[in-house]
Design a protein around this ligand. Structure first.
Ligand SMILES: [Zn+2]
Ligand SMILES: [Zn+2]
Length: 256
């Protein structure tokens, strides 16, 4: 069983996608942990960028996570990584890291503008790697609006993900995936998990992502039972959430 599945109760309340000052984030592991305890966030997953030739010491990263676990015993802290998919369908990540961390994201960043290559690469990753979640799913298509994912291919991808227990990330930085993807994934995969990731790069991001979720949780709690029963929380959430972390930064009600 995947380690993080023990913490399924926190798929919404936990923060499942964080970058630190080891790469392009500004907060340190200790700073994020302290803030999470202060806000009441129950779980943090540090999903740091990785590549085959790392320019930081991954042992040091794991070491800081262990120290934070000792210093903040009430907080669940998971180690993790965000591995980029290469044009040949392989992950740009040393295998010892994939074996070691608690929670593994795969993602497309720079990638050739070629839909066949994209589909083949997704299939290769979800079939051949012990990976947990597809991060910001569909970002590549959003950046390349002239490309279309054929319906049957998306169905196949979601079926494989479901079989291999790979979850879909609801990414609060990019407002992804689109709602029909979420509905499709839920209809294909009976226990298809949706995980909320803020794609956090700063303490401010952590704060804003938490505010967005808290406000929506409040709205949800105010619905009557009949309304709540008639819709999936995740779909309702996506349809109702105000905007991405990036945009909410400019809203005075959300200012950190
Ligand atoms: Zn990413
Ligand atoms: Zn990321």
């Amino acid at each position: 069983m995947k380690i993080w599945r023990k913490y399924q109760d926190y798929l919404f309340n936990g923060e499942w996608h964080i970058h630190t000052n080891f790469t392009d984030g500004t907060g340190s592991i200790a700073e994020y942990s302290e803030k999470a305890v202060e806000l009441g966030i129950p779980l943090l997953a540090f999903t740091e960028h990785v590549r085959k030739e790392l320019n930081y010491d991954f042992r040091q990263f794991l070491n800081e996570i262990n120290i934070a676990r000792r210093n903040f015993p009430s907080l669940i802290i998971l180690s993790g990584c965000e591995a980029k998919v290469l044009p040949d369908g392989k992950l740009n990540c040393p295998s010892h890291i994939l074996e070691k961390v608690d929670y593994k994201l795969f993602a497309f960043h720079s990638f050739p503008v070629n839909i066949e290559k994209y589909i083949l690469s997704i299939k290769n990753v979800i079939n051949n790697y012990d990976i947990d979640t597809w991060a910001h799913p569909g970002l590549f298509l959003k950046k390349n609006p002239n490309l279309t994912m054929p319906e049957n291919e998306l169905n196949n991808i979601f079926k494989i993900m479901s079989l291999n227990k790979i979850s879909l990330e609801i990414n609060l930085k990019y407002n992804l995936p689109q709602i029909d993807w979420i509905k499709k994934y839920k209809s294909i995969s009976q226990d298809g998990l949706l995980i909320f990731g803020g794609d956090i790069h700063s303490i401010e991001d952590l704060y804003i992502s938490w505010q967005i979720k808290q406000n929506l949780q409040k709205k949800w709690n105010n619905l009557n039972t009949k309304e709540r029963d008639s819709q999936l929380f995740e779909v309702w959430f996506i349809e109702n959430y105000p905007n991405s972390v990036k945009i909410m930064k400019t809203n005075p009600d959300y200012q950190y």
